[in-house]
Design a binder for this molecule. Structure first.
Ligand code: IMP
Ligand code: MG
Length: 177
């Protein structure tokens, strides 16, 4: 069985999301944002962040999958659910739970750019830069927290589909028994 150790508390996450929203409000002044949530992991970050965004916001959802039920990337990414609306001419802000190898986002960026948005930026709750693969070409515009190379759960993130509902970010510890 695994145990979960708290890494980032709910209070810290909420405080950080408010800070990011402040910056976003300034950056997007007099514009409208199309917030794209990358399901399922990005859902908590999207909800928390969007509450504090003051410019007009539209929400859409996309589900891509790159992980089997384990803790290492398969390298394969597929679209499980596409956006409902067109993003041509829109100012798109992608909201992700975590950037790990960077493969998912590299792929997603390519797909979304081809749809000709006016701009496209990236916001992630967590970043594990130590894990980035060389072929991943990603610029993160808004980062919640940079974390070390450990497998984390909670606040949308799962281990074998569990723990997404935890209100904090925790590290998964694997005990022998
Ligand atoms: P990437 O393509 O390797 O950057 O993987 C990104 C996706 O892998 C994230 O959106 C998560 O769904 C998943 N992932 C990466 N690291 C973790 C982790 O530590 N805990 C839970 N999911 C993770
Ligand atoms: Mg994800």
């Amino acid at each position: 069985m695994e145990r979960i150790e708290v890494l980032i508390s709910e209070e810290k996450i909420v405080e950080r999301m408010k800070q990011l929203a402040d910056v976003i409000n300034k950056d997007y002044e007099n514009r409208e944002i199309k917030l794209i949530c990358v399901l399922k992991g990005g859902i908590f970050a999207l909800c928390e962040l969007s509450k504090y965004i003051k410019v007009p916001v539209k929400l859409d959802f996309m589900c891509v999958s790159s992980y089997e039920d384990n803790t290492s990337s398969s390298g394969r990414v597929r679209i499980v659910k596409d956006l409902d609306q067109n993003i041509e001419g829109e100012d798109v802000l992608i909201v992700e739970d975590i950037i790990d190898s960077g493969r998912t986002l590299t792929y997603l960026f390519e797909i979304l750019k081809a749809r000709k948005p006016n701009s496209i930026r990236l916001c992630t709750l967590l970043d594990k830069p130590d894990r980035r693969v060389p072929e991943a070409d990603i610029k993160v515009d808004y980062t919640g927290f940079t974390i070390p190379d450990e497998f984390v759960v909670g606040y949308g993130l799962d281990y074998a589909q569990k723990y997404r509902n935890l209100p904090y970010i925790g590290v998964v510890k694997f005990d022998d028994k």
